[in-house]
Design a protein around this ligand. Structure first.
Ligand code: 13P
Ligand code: SF4
Length: 336
């Protein structure tokens, strides 16, 4: 059913980032989304940082590697990506023939934004003997300038696949790069980028919290800064953190990453307690403002109208595909 308001919303989707129309509040969005999945042979992939309602309706929830692997192997006609832009873009790079939609096109990433391709190209030209290893949290433009892509769950193995004396540029996350330098004994040249969510944890408040909860384990994502990582009992990707809480014997965890992951942790281990690591300010700073742009309403509308859609020039797609494929191959060989 087309109305004037809907036509305007569709025409303005590039400006708004999403289909901006009011929905009947009595609509059962969960049931409608399930219906649309079947009607359109669509698969709904969601990252752990999405709001709980979106996680609950997803076909697959995962970390960046898991999501890329699911995108690579799906036989759905449409991929609905409830995550941020670089993730949906990666799905499109892997699936040129499929429609890839995202609930809010403006769901970006501060880390990805910290590495603009023209600046990075110049940086790379200054170090012609270096190979480029890029964290998946970057644009297709950066991927196209990279030799291999990594995520937080395979970065160590992929970096170690290069000879010890191979000079490496690591972009864009200086914190993950620094952590990988530490665990591998490498000296990769780091691009000075960081994630706004993982840089706000307060060392002082976490220390106090640990004193108040002496039996709690402290677990952290490697995008956190080095002093925070130094305190951690376990460091890993979102999937790694979740699995750790499922298999470890502790009953309490202080979790230094985006709060969305706590939903799955509580679902998987209802008898355990999960405390979000406190940020510097008294705000909800460990909610990613980009991830949280996606809502159940926007998700329903993007599935219904198949907008906003991720599109890409073929030349860029092919250049970005090569390092992603290399990552997926190495991960498969390593059984990750
Ligand atoms: P992973 O889920 O791969 O650990 O990545 C976290 C993240 O910051 C995604 O933006
Ligand atoms: Fe980007 Fe950080 Fe948000 Fe992940 S949590 S999408 S790295 S800004």
């Amino acid at each position: 059913m087309h109305t004037e308001a809907l036509d305007t919303a569709i025409a303005h989707v590039e400006k708004t980032g999403f289909i901006d129309i009011e929905l009947d509040p009595s609509l059962d969005l969960f049931a409608e989304i399930e219906k649309l999945k079947k009607e359109k042979n669509a698969v709904l992939l969601a990252h752990y940082y999405q709001e709980p309602d979106i996680q609950d309706v997803a076909d697959y929830i995962g970390d960046s590697l898991g999501l890329a692997q699911q995108a690579e192997k799906t036989d759905a006609d449409m991929i609905v990506f409830a995550g941020v832009h670089f993730m949906a873009e990666t799905a499109k790079i892997l699936n040129p023939g499929k429609k890839v939609v995202i609930p809010d096109f403006k769901a970006g990433c501060s880390l990805s934004d910290s590495c603009p391709p023209p600046l990075f190209k110049k940086f790379k030209e200054q170090h012609p003997d270096h190979v480029v290893v890029s964290y998946i949290n970057c644009s297709a433009g950066i991927k196209a300038l990279s030799d291999v892509i990594v995520t937080s769950s395979n970065a160590r193995i992929i970096v170690e696949s290069f000879p010890k004396d191979q000079p490496i540029i690591f972009a864009p996350d200086k914190n993950l790069g620094g952590y990988i330098n530490k665990v591998t004994g490498r000296n990769m040249l780091l691009w000075n980028g960081a994630c706004m969510v993982h840089e706000i944890f307060s060392l002082e408040k976490i220390t106090k919290l640990k004193i108040r909860h002496p039996h709690a384990k402290f677990i952290a994502h490697p995008e956190c800064e080095e002093p925070i990582l130094r305190m951690a009992d376990y460091i890993g990707s979102t999937t790694g953190l979740l699995k750790y809480t499922q298999t470890d014997s502790a009953k309490e965890y202080i979790v230094a990453t985006e709060t969305g992951i706590l939903h799955q942790m509580m679902k998987e281990s209802p008898d355990k307690t999960f405390i979000p690591a406190p940020p510097e300010n008294n705000c909800a700073c460990n909610d990613c403002p980009h991830m949280k742009l996606n809502t159940l309403e926007k998700l329903y509308l993007c599935m219904k109208y198949e907008l906003p859609e991720i599109t890409m020039e073929e030349e860029l797609r092919l250049a970005a595909l090569k390092p992603i494929k290399r990552m997926l191959e190495i991960s498969q060989q390593a059984g990750i």
